[in-house]
Design a protein around this ligand. Structure first.
Ligand code: ADP
Ligand code: MG
Length: 724
């Protein structure tokens, strides 16, 4: 067995598990070993049964002397009751809904069990404990008492608990991972260059990988974790630096800044640009003047006005005779951009095209996809707007025969889609002599250390002020007792002509005491649960609360035409209240909406709550954000309180990081960053160390000839990002 061995070749990993693992991106032994536990359960406290106090967790070893299944009356639950005895006494043990255990633990089996002790009357019992069979009680404790936990995996030691996954329990992962660790004992593996490892006194790989999964102490686990965090940050830095080196060798078209044109544009706007908008636009336009490809991120809070900045770059590029490709994450947003860009650039008579799954537009007229594609190819389109999915899909052949092919593409703008821009560009740049400039836009504020890691030290524009005249959004926590009054207030707003959004929370699957979901829910099933939540909320609002108003709902399982109609109706004020899931449409612009209700608000992260809130307050109307919660006492929740006092997305992102820790940072998956690297981003020192070491290694050996393992690893990394 090697690190590169595919999971299909592992014993005990069947097709179902293989599929689940792959969904998590785990394809090889290496991926599996780098799927690290996020915490440990301390089951190392082995005590004699007679000494068991209440609480715990404690661990006991003994013989099963009695076991039976009982059906409980009221809950129709199956209860497995067993007695375990050691030399000092008897212990009652109970498991719920695992009746098959009776076949596993026959009388006379020796078990190690671990969990918390509860007392009921005069009986102490252990409820739903972790368990594993041990070969022989007498041997385990009498002969080698100090070594008793060496062969234990699920009890009797610090037990790894892995992040909740698609029906893959921690117990199962432990069962699979441990034999692999034993088998790999004699392989010499280390991704870190030796001098780097030595400089920081890191544990060698072999010891570290063992200690992070099955640690001897929390201190050692922590040490191992730090080593792997460094490794991931180091690799990430290498990757980013190498991509930058590649990019620096490429050429783009230099498009000179037409100052008069830009002046004309800004003078014709219905508002004055904020200083932050001006500065960002200037930075972008100056970048494009160079033949070195731009790689810039435009970061700006929701509603800060990024689109108009993009429009300036588009205009300047079009007048120079080059094309822009403007990509949005969803069709609704693509259409919104199409309309906005048309309005903003009306005076300049550009050829603006929209490509969607159904219809295609050119200069505000419907045309066939074939015609549109021809126009793109012949440079008769200055700006093409569409979703990433459609424009980048090189497999369109199945449906439409030809993928999108530009003729003089000089600028790519990506809205609200993160990850590594370099790859996005690579897909688009099948052109002759040059590759396009890239501008990514995001409203997700990125913690500083993260942008340092991904973007290095350059190319970031920030719009850190909102347009003038916006009123501060009034944010309030609404407890159950205040709901009625709030609904009345909302009705009044609507009677005054405003509109309201209602967000329903994502539904979490129920869990048992052990870390196995009760029903092994797939993602598919989960999103159906979300739909159900939306439908329920819709029913409640339309029938009980606002029977006199026009309520509509929007969820991910609707057809796209249906979704669009509902959004259109809402924008055109045909609907008063729109209920939707949290996953739907970031960035929709409905200036007339003045109320945002977030149900179950305590379930969301700060960054996300702030995003939702940003959908209102986009005009001169006073706007409101109501954080509904079913939990009394949540008024003291630090996160929600932070939201009330703070309306700046960047400050909130830093606060979020401080309150929740970076592991929960909402953008993680989006950015495609390894978990541990992500979790270590608050460690500014570690981040910059990793970056400096990566720089040094590359200076000395740009192609990593001396580090074949590392080179191999980066290739994998790149392939993975390619596929995303
Ligand atoms: P976001 O940065 O979230 O993408 P948008 O570009 O959608 O923001 O802009 C939000 C709203 O603010 C739009 O209705 C836009 O017309 C308006 N807007 C943009 N810049 C200004 C400005 N300088 N002054 C007033 N309103 C502005
Ligand atoms: Mg936007």
């Amino acid at each position: 067995m090697q690190l590169t061995t595919p999971i299909e070749q592992l014993p005990n990993v069947g097709p179902v598990s293989q599929r689940k693992l792959k969904k998590l991106g785990i394809k090889t032994v290496r991926d599996l070993l780098y799927h690290f536990p996020h915490r440990y359960e301390d089951f190392s406290n082995l005590i004699p049964i007679s000494e068991a106090p209440e609480g715990g967790p404690f661990c006991f070893q003994g013989e099963v002397t009695d076991i039976k299944n009982i059906r409980t009356f009221r809950k129709r639950m199956m209860l497995t009751q067993a007695t375990i005895e050691d030399k000092t006494g008897k212990l009652k043990v109970m498991w719920f809904n695992q009746p098959y255990l009776i076949n596993t633990f026959k009388k006379g089996t020796f078990l190690c069990v671990a969990g918390k002790i509860t007392t009921k009357g005069s009986t102490k019992y252990l409820s739903n404990p972790a368990y594993e069979k041990i070969p022989d009680f007498a041997k385990a404790t009498a002969n080698e008492p100090e070594n008793f936990n060496n062969n234990l995996t699920h009890t009797g030691r610090l037990i790894p608990v892995y992040p909740e996954t698609e029906g893959l329990s921690s117990k199962w992962l432990r069962f699979i991972v441990k034999p692999i660790l034993t088998k790999l004992k004699n392989e010499i593996i280390d991704f870190l260059p030796q001098n780097v490892s030595k400089k920081y006194g890191f544990m060698p790989f072999k010891r570290a990988i063992w200690q992070i999964h099955f640690p001897d102490s929390l201190k050692l686990a922590e040490e191992a974790k730090k080593r792997f965090a460094f490794e991931e940050l180091f690799e990430l830095s290498l990757f980013v630096l190498m991509e930058r080196m590649k990019l620096a060798k490429e050429k783009s078209v230099a498009i000179s800044l037409d100052v008069n044109l830009i002046k004309e544009f800004t003078e014709n706007l219905p508002y004055r640009l904020t200083n932050a908008q001006k500065k960002s636009a200037w930075q972008i336009l100056k970048d494009i003047e160079r033949s070195r490809p731009m790689n810039r991120l435009l970061e700006g809070d929701v509603g800060s006005g990024k689109t108009v900045v993009a429009a300036m770059a588009i205009l300047n590029t079009a007048r120079a005779g080059y094309q822009t490709d403007f990509m949005a994450p969803t069709e609704i947003l693509a259409k919104q951009h199409y309309k906005t860009i048309n309005d903003l650039l009306k005076k300049f008579d550009l050829n603006i095209g929209l490509i969607t799954g159904k219809e295609n537009y050119y200069r505000n007229k419907k045309i066939s996809r074939k015609e549109l594609l021809e126009k793109i190819k012949e440079n008769k389109i200055d700006v093409l707007i569409g979703t990433h999915a459609i424009i980048q899909d090189t497999n369109l052949k199945t449906k439409y025969k030809t993928p999108v092919q530009f003729n003089k593409l000089a600028l790519v703008i990506i809205d609200e889609q993160h990850r590594f821009g370099v790859e996005q560009r690579a897909k688009l740049c099948r052109q002759k002599q040059f590759i396009p400039h890239l501008l990514s836009m995001t409203a997700t504020p990125i913690p500083r250390t993260l942008s340092l890691t991904i973007y290095g030290d350059l190319d970031l524009s920030v719009i850190d002020e909102l347009p003038k005249g916006r009123k501060k959004i009034i944010t309030k926590i609404i407890q159950p007792k205040d709901k009625k009054e709030t609904y009345n207030f909302i009705r009044k707003q609507i009677k005054e002509g405003r509109q309201a959004f209602v967000i329903c929370p994502r539904i979490e699957p129920p869990k048992t005491a052990q870390d196995v979901p009760i029903e092994q829910l797939s993602l598919q099933a989960l999103s159906w649960m979300d739909v159900k939540a939306v439908k329920q909320e819709y029913k409640k609002l339309s029938e009980e609360i606002f029977p006199d108003l026009k309520v509509e709902m929007l969820h991910g399982k609707m057809k796209s035409e249906e979704k669009e109609k509902i959004m259109r109706d809402f924008k055109n004020k045909k609907t008063d209240v729109l209920v939707s899931t949290s996953v739907i449409e970031v960035g929709v612009d409905v200036p007339n909406a003045s109320v945002m209700i977030i149900e179950g608000s305590e379930k969301f992260g700060l960054a996300q709550l702030h995003q939702f809130r940003g959908r209102v307050g986009r005009s001169h109307f006073q706007s409101y954000c109501f954080l509904f919660t079913d939990k009394e006492g949540i008024v003291y929740n630090r996160r929600l309180r932070a939201l009330i006092t703070c309306d700046n997305g960047f400050e909130l992102a830093e606060k979020d990081l401080a309150i929740r820790g970076p592991g929960d940072f909402s953008g993680q998956r989006q950015w495609g960053i390894p978990d541990l690297a992500m979790a270590s981003l608050t460690d500014v020192v570690l981040v910059s160390k990793a970056r400096n070491d990566a720089k040094e290694v590359l200076q000395e050996d740009p192609e990593l000839k001396k580090y074949p393992l590392l080179r191999e690893r980066l290739k994998e990394f790149q392939e993975r990002i390619h596929l995303e």
